[in-house]
Ligand binder design. Structure first.
Ligand SMILES: [Cu+2]
Length: 488
């Protein structure tokens, strides 16, 4: 029932991007009807500000608005997990206790920590506790945390194990960015709902091997059809694509423009104005949006339709696979902002330069390493022709060295590539897509579309030891699209 509503709203487009399902949906519904379609107040997870804390993973049947239910995995009885918030330099003691009946381990996505603190899949525990102890030696930014066991990360994240990890520092504080009620974390996740209202995770073999698991219902901070009341002022949105496989082209109705100020590894050198921002699973964006001066009292955050290059030319693959969610690239609504009252906010002035960043020059690289992303008919996606093996070291890099990695996507589907233990800078991308606004800053996850080659540069300064890099399409990762990276 709910699923049909959603599909109606986004249109049943089967790849006919010219018809723009989002635009046709605007023709189908009057403003009143659209307003009524967001019924649930946007929830916010609680915050952890204590440097010593427990993250307890457990399972429970939970109810979600719109009569949905989920056989959930939860951190500290919360879906999404609590937001961890600390200042740079802080030393943390975190005890992870695993009571979900599956093996698990936590990865701090974007944080640079020693190898035994990074959540390598070999460190997964089947029960009991794992003690984390590390300090936050990096820039302010919107990071996140989620499990990282081999083959079951997708299921665990999907069922609720993910949360924000926010680091603050003095450089960012000096900017007086909107904070408190004016700073809104938004984790966007698509889910698949059965006819009986259960949120289900049952990827087929082709979904594991090809497209990943695409849902038919959007949750923001764990709620479907959410709205949030704001003043007519400037807000900072910390957006995380916490979906398993779906990419969003984040935008506002009426092409309202917004400022991108930060990404995976914190503030950009300079703010960039745009009216759309492509975000793949794992990527974060810090944006400023001004709700004042609009001619109406409601505006939707949407995902605009976008083009997915076909790479090797297998068209309509998802339909062939019998997937039930809207195809990758389809447009739809995400949530509603309701604007009311008067702004009590002091003015927000952005300086020309947001942050100090010195990115390594391409000419300073010690070597270039090709990372081929291929599709093998019986195996699915591979990295340099191989699937993940727990003990095999795939790439050895020298501590202190600077390398260019060349991600070459020879397959027919997008791969958001995530490297642990570093933040990198995107150098360039083949084809005509160019760099997105977030790619002018420090990244740990980069989208490589079919047929593209994307070059990134990074210095390996993390402690020596074993880390991983992988595709952040979680079905791809679980199906072996991951490799071991050893810093020696
Ligand atoms: Cu992938």
């Amino acid at each position: 029932m709910k699923r049909k509503q959603f599909l109606h709203r986004v249109g049943l487009g089967t790849g006919a991007l010219a018809l723009s399902p989002w635009l046709t949906s605007c023709l189908t519904f009057s403003d009143d009807e659209l307003q009524g379609s967001f019924r649930n107040r946007l929830p916010f997870p609680g915050q952890i500000t204590d440097p010593s804390f427990n993250l307890s993973a457990s399972s429970a049947e939970i109810e979600i608005p719109e009569s949905l239910s989920l056989a959930a995995f939860q951190f500290n009885n919360s879906v999404p997990g609590p937001t961890i918030r600390h200042v740079k330099g802080q030393e943390l003691n975190i005890q992870f206790t695993n009571n979900i009946g599956q093996e698990s381990i936590i990865h701090w996505h974007g944080l640079i920590v020693p190898p035994e603190m990074d959540g390598h899949p070999k460190d997964a525990i089947s029960g009991g506790a794992y003690d984390y102890e590390f300090s936050l030696n990096q820039r302010a930014g919107t990071y996140w945390y989620h499990p990282h066991p081999h083959r079951i990360t997708g299921e665990q994240v999907y069922r609720g194990l993910a949360g924000f990890f926010i680091i603050e520092d003095d450089e960012e504080k000096a900017l007086n960015l909107p904070s408190g009620n004016y700073e809104i974390p938004l984790v966007i996740q698509d889910r698949r709902v059965s006819d009986s209202g259960q949120i289900i995770y049952n990827p087929s073999m082709p979904e594991r091997m090809m497209t990943g698991f695409l849902g038919d219902t959007i949750l923001v901070n764990g709620a479907p059809s959410p709205y949030h009341e704001v003043e007519p002022g400037v807000y900072r949105l910390r957006v995380l694509n916490g979906s398993n496989a779906r990419i969003y082209n984040v935008a506002f109705q009426d092409d309202l423009s917004f400022m991108v100020i930060g990404t995976d590894g914190g503030l950009l050198p300079e703010a960039i104005e745009t009216n759309e921002l492509l975000m793949a699973p794992g990527e974060r964006a810090d944006i400023l949006v001004d709700f004042s001066g609009l001619k109406k009292n409601s505006i939707h955050l949407i995902s605009k339709p976008f083009d997915v290059p076909s790479g090797g030319g297998m068209m309509g693959m998802q339909n062939m696979m019998g997937s039930s969610g809207p195809e990758q690239g389809t447009g739809f609504d995400l949530m509603e902002f309701r604007i009311d009252g008067e702004s009590k906010q002091e003015s927000v002035d952005l300086p020309g330069q947001l942050s100090e960043s010195t990115f390594p020059e391409a000419s300073s690289a010690d070597r270039t390493r090709p990372i081929r992303l291929d599709m093998q008919m019986m195996n699915g996606h591979t990295i340099n022709g191989r699937q993940f093996e727990m003990e095999r070291v795939d790439e050895r890099v020298e501590q202190g060295s600077t390398e260019i990695w060349e991600f070459i996507n020879n397959s027919n589907v997008p791969h958001p590539m995530h490297v642990h233990a570093v933040q990198f800078k995107v150098l360039d991308r083949s084809g005509n897509r160019g760099l997105t606004p977030t790619e002018t800053g420090w990244k740990d996850t980069v989208l490589v579309m079919p047929g593209e080659t994307v070059r990134v540069i990074m210095s390996f300064n993390a402690p020596k030891g074993l880390y991983v890099f992988h595709c952040h399409n979680l079905e791809h990762e679980d199906n072996g699209m991951m490799a071991n990276l050893e810093i020696i």
